[in-house]
Design a binder for this molecule. Structure first.
Ligand code: PLP
Length: 411
């Protein structure tokens, strides 16, 4: 367990980035990668690695387009026609404040079998994660409990508002250590503002089972809110996993977040939401900025209803993930079993220079996730992007198997 206090890694990283910017140097690591300045209060919503660089004039739109983009767990296919049509129609409200919004809140509530008072919209679920920090940590001198590595925006935001994170290492098999989370929460009871549970976890892709979620909720003091981040819910196949939304109906202090960025391909449009008991939503509401735009509200309504497109994205993504990971396993590398639209491969050497090699070959892959510094996180992109990844991987990370085989050919 390690406690990280106020002098934030964010500020440190920001400092390095600014300094390098001033010198006109390119940072060698993807400092703005997903989990960095993306999302809410401090970073400018959706300012991912590549958009940040574009703004700084380091990458032209043409260069950006040419990359295989496997760094941010995005959906390479873009929104389906049904969503594009709904958004196109909604453009006529671009000049309005008080416009019909397609009843997005009611539609989401209906979709989950809860009431509108249980829903809070955010400009991406990243905004909601920040709002949870602002509501339950800020001013109260409280801490967030969660595993590391996980979606680090939550811990970075905690440090940026001078709160702190109590982080717990993953188990040997890279799953989340629920008993340790319970112990840490009990030990630091007075200091804990909320618990963060990312399910499936980013960057590992591993799930927390339905039983373990129950174990956690039953094992902690009952007034501690648990933020359960289900950004990758739609990709899960594991039968032991279940959404935690039913706990909201039981009035347990659970905040479940969902996003339209992944399965619905609306990352650049910024739409996500929380499902939580009314009392928690009311406490959080003053902290949202209300920056969800007219166009994406209509897009979100259409996306919720287009189950066919979701099923298609899920199917092709899982097929491609399995194809790519079996290929890597065939080369002799172990891959962490993932339930999401990304995976981690153990490359048995420091990951940072390898990430740079990929970039030189036009392939953007995930940033390093300390302390897992020999694991590469790869998002599942389009078939073409995955071909480019596989080809580059064989060139950059030669396997022992491959080299003995090619040695055989030479003799
Ligand atoms: N939660 C997790 C686990 C993520 O990986 C991401 C983005 O990659 C987010 C939340 C934030 O996504 P968004 O703000 O686009 O909804």
């Amino acid at each position: 367990m390690d406690e990280r206090h106020a002098v934030s890694r964010r500020r440190f990283v920001g400092g390095v980035a600014t300094a390098m910017g001033a010198l006109g140097l390119k940072p060698s690591v993807d400092l703005w990668a997903q989990g960095g300045a993306q999302g809410g209060a401090q970073g400018g919503q959706g300012a991912s690695a590549d958009s940040a660089r574009t703004r700084r004039g380091r990458t032209t739109p043409e260069e950006y387009d040419a990359f295989a983009k496997l760094a941010n767990n995005e959906n390479p296919y873009g929104p389906p026609d049904s969503v594009l049509e709904a958004m196109t129609k909604a453009f006529k409200y671009a000049n309005r404040y008080g416009y019909p919004d397609g009843n997005i809140t009611e539609e989401i509530a209906k979709h989950h079998g809860v009431k509108s008072e249980n829903i809070l919209l955010g400009a991406g679920s990243g905004e909601i994660l920040d709002v949870v920090g602002l509501t339950f940590l800020e001013g109260a001198n409280k801490k967030v409990v969660g595993v590391e590595p996980s979606y680090s925006q939550v811990y970075q935001q905690a440090t940026s508002i001078k709160a702190a994170a109590i982080t717990i290492p993953l188990l040997q098999d890279y799953r989340q250590d629920i008993p340790a989370m319970i112990r840490a929460t009990k030990t630091h009871y007075r200091d804990v503002g909320f618990i963060y549970l990312c399910n499936p976890n980013n960057p590992t892709g591993r799930t927390v089972s339905k039983k373990e979620v129950k174990q956690l909720l039953d094992g902690i003091p009952e007034d501690i809110p648990v933020l359960i981040d289900e950004a990758y819910h739609h990709f899960v196949e594991d039968r032991d996993y279940a959404t935690s939304i039913p706990y909201v109906l039981e009035e347990r202090p659970v905040i479940v977040t969902r996003t339209f960025s992944k399965i619905s391909a609306l990352a650049g449009m910024r739409l996500g939401y929380a499902v939580a008991p009314r009392e928690l939503i009311q406490r959080m509401r003053p902290h949202v900025t209300g920056t969800v735009n007219a166009v994406v509200k209509w897009g979100g309504v259409a996306a919720l209803k287009d189950v066919e497109s979701q099923t298609k994205v899920r199917r092709v993504t899982l097929e491609l993930r399995k194809k790519t990971t079996s290929e890597l396993q065939g080369l002799g590398f172990s891959v962490i079993p993932s339930e999401a639209n990304f995976f981690m491969v153990h490359i048995r050497r420091p990951v940072q220079p390898v990430i740079e090699e990929f970039r030189k070959k036009g392939v953007l892959v995930g940033r390093p996730f300390p302390p897992m510094l020999e694991h590469l996180r790869v998002s599942v992109g389009s078939p073409d992007e995955m071909d480019r990844f596989s080809k580059a991987f064989k060139e950059i990370v030669p396997s022992t198997k491959a080299s003995t085989e090619s040695a055989k050919h030479h003799h």
